[in-house]
Design a protein around this ligand. Structure first.
Ligand SMILES: O=P(O)(O)OC[C@@]1(O)O[C@H](CO)[C@@H](O)[C@@H]1O
Length: 306
């Protein structure tokens, strides 16, 4: 079974504004509140594609309860580790063609609660893969990622990592099954350019040499690349009118896993579904209803480029 771990969940608040200016009141409308956080988005998307992916995470206060209730309301199993404090609310403002993103720091997770999470992971008898997604809240040291990987590997299970933390450069040496960086993360964390296709292929090979078994590199409207240590695939992006790109990367990762985790040969089908799902999510606030995935799949071109 695939599980997801979101160390720092959030309620996402998506709003629309006609203008955003400093030192004046910028009124917003159309607020949409959704239970989120990177790993939860992965679980919800997997659930859409018929794959149960129980949720692990740290939750607190009214906002934490709203997220847990929202997950259970979608028939997603949740194993919360409760903390004092209030789970964060992240704000996403769409203003014409521009997006403003304001993630909060999150609520502190004391060491005792971190150990409780590791204990929970140790007890997951059916764990095959843990998708660890998103940032770390206050009081959690970056080495918590290392500890989680150690506990998952000790159970004989695999780890998928999606984090923009600089520690990713060391974590790839622990041989995760897959990482899903974007172009900015590859440049910032691994110090390599991904402007041309030649740059991209070299970057993928470099990250693979450091230990990561598979890499799904997402590039927004430039599409995505996948490397498994043997071949590099390129997939085009869906051509859609973007409302908010928040959650699109998580949905891309989850929809890729929904096919590829069980059938590692089906990279082409998995990439087609991934790009269509990411496109459908970018058209709306939150994850939306995935209504246009099948139609968008027809637009996606996938080819082996190296
Ligand atoms: O602060 P993190 O954990 O890196 O990102 C959190 C977050 O921005 O990621 C998701 C979109 O990918 C949102 O649902 C959520 O608010």
């Amino acid at each position: 079974m695939i599980y997801t771990l979101t160390p720092n969940p959030a309620i996402d608040m998506n709003v629309t504004a006609d203008s955003v200016e400093k030192n004046v009141v910028s009124r917003t409308r159309d607020a949409v509140y959704t239970p989120n956080g990177k790993g939860l988005n992965v679980s919800f998307t997997l659930q859409h594609f018929g794959i149960r992916a129980p949720i692990l995470g740290f939750f607190g206060g009214f906002s934490g309860r709203y997220i847990i209730d929202g997950a259970r309301g979608r028939a997603c199993e949740a194993h919360p580790v409760m903390v004092d404090g209030i789970t964060r609310i992240n704000t996403f403002v769409t203003c014409g063609p521009d997006e403003y993103k304001f993630p909060s720091a999150g609520c502190a997770v004391p060491r005792g609660r971190q150990l409780k999470m590791l204990e929970l992971i140790d007890g997951l008898a059916d764990l095959e893969c843990l998708v660890v997604s998103g940032s770390l809240p206050p009081q959690i040291e970056p080495t918590f990622y290392d500890e989680v990987i150690h506990h998952v590997h000790a159970r004989g299970a695999e780890v998928v990592l999606d984090t923009s933390h600089a520690r990713l450069a060391e974590l790839v040496e622990k041989r995760p099954l897959l990482i899903k960086p974007n172009d900015e993360e590859v440049a910032a964390i691994f110090g390599v350019d991904v402007k041309s296709e030649a740059d991209i292929v070299s970057a993928l090979r470099l990250i693979h040499e450091h230990g990561c078994k598979n890499i799904l590199l997402t590039l927004g409207e430039r599409g995505a690349y996948f490397y498994d240590g043997a071949r590099v695939w390129r997939a085009s992006a869906a051509r859609v009118e973007v409302y908010s790109t928040a959650c699109a990367g998580d949905a891309t990762l989850a929809s890729f896993l929904s096919l590829w985790f069980a059938d590692r040969e089906n990279v082409e089908g998995a990439l087609r579904r991934a790009m269509a799902t990411g496109g459908s999510v970018a058209m709306c606030a939150g994850l939306g209803d995935f209504a246009r995935v099948a139609e968008l799949e027809g637009q996606i071109r996938v080819e082996v480029v190296a």
